[in-house]
Write a protein that binds this ligand. Structure first.
Ligand code: SF4
Length: 317
């Protein structure tokens, strides 16, 4: 097809998009561990929820397992960015394993908050999604029953605390900002004395990516989000885009997943990526669109990010 025969389209690129500082750090930890100790290095759970990232690290010598029992005691093990229950590093120490914790510092902040509330005698509500590794990790910071999980507004309405004056809430870091505000609103109306986090638990990267997708969804009939169905923040971006006015929003692992029928009648397509999706997948998607359309790329930036996290001392040396 010559450029003249291709239908025109605007590609609106969300900014910020893709890798956050916690994901970047977790990947650097695996790469640094492989340099320091050689292959194989074991990683408990997918280091970040992205198949492309996991496959690249596997090719370098990382071995991904779901449980610590599957790691030999004489090889280093890394815990994923989502965080782990306290029992996991305790078991690694008991087996005298070398372990490096790649938990994002913003998830660790939530763990510390939960511990402080428990020490102050408060019952804790965690707003999050059951079964997500971050939720399992946060609930596993305290003994069973210390944290109650709330997933929906209906559950917030039905919740019965032990003592409404001794209640605090924390949240998963990758939730929908708007849905969470609704759940928190219900809890605060019912329990006005409930203690809130000093600083929002939903992380800067989740918030910024949702703001950016909202800004472009107003102008795009279709929004494509690159990410994995396991990635909470990526799935939220699809929901946020639809709610913000996009006619359609789709989650794709890469350009190969695109069904080009989605493009019928589309004059502007929004493109973004979840916090665990690498930029080369975005570039490949933009190139695939450009191969079929006479495209013009425009970046829709809502904020400039400059967050970085230090590596654990064992690897920074
Ligand atoms: S999405 Fe947020 S909490 Fe999760 S790794 Fe990235 S910065 Fe950390």
């Amino acid at each position: 097809m010559t450029p003249a025969e291709k239908p025109p389209i605007s590609i609106l690129l969300a900014a910020p998009r893709g890798f956050c500082a916690g994901v970047d750090r977790a990947i650097q930890i695996v790469e640094g561990a492989l340099r320091k100790w050689g292959a194989p290095v074991y990683v408990r759970h997918e280091i970040v929820h992205n198949r492309h990232v996991v496959e690249r690290l596997e090719a370098l010598g990382a071995v991904f397992v779901e449980e610590l029992d599957h790691c030999p005691a004489d090889r280093p093990v890394i815990f994923s960015a989502h965080g782990v229950p306290k029992a996991v590093p305790a078991e690694a120490a008991r087996r005298e394993m070398i372990y490096v914790d790649a938990t994002c510092p913003l998830v660790s902040k939530v763990h510390v908050e939960a511990e402080r509330h428990a020490a102050a005698g408060r019952e804790i509500v965690l707003i999050g999604h059951a079964g997500h590794p971050e939720v399992i990790g946060t609930m596993g910071q305290l003994s069973e029953g210390a944290i109650a999980l709330i997933e929906t507004v209906a559950e917030a309405e039905a919740f019965r605390p032990r003592d409404p004056a001794q209640l605090a809430f924390v949240t998963q870091t990758t939730l929908s900002v708007d849905d969470t505000a609704e759940i928190v609103g219900v809890l605060q109306r019912r329990f006005p004395l409930m203690t809130a986090p000093h600083k929002e638990d939903i992380c800067y990267a989740t918030t910024n990516r949702q703001d950016a997708v909202k800004a472009l969804a107003e102008h795009a009939e279709l929004v494509l989000v690159i990410g994995s169905p396991k990635s909470s923040n990526s799935v939220r971006l699809v929901e946020v885009a639809k709610r913000a006015g996009a006619r359609d929003a789709q989650l794709v692992a890469s350009a190969e997943d695109v069904d080009w029928r989605w493009f019928e009648g589309v004059r502007a397509v929004g493109v973004t990526a979840g916090a665990s999706a690498p930029e080369d997948l975005v570039e490949a998607l933009v190139a695939a669109i450009a191969a079929r359309f006479d495209s013009r790329v425009e970046e829709v930036r809502v904020v400039q990010e400059d967050v970085t996290f230090k590596l654990p001392r064992v690897l920074a040396e």
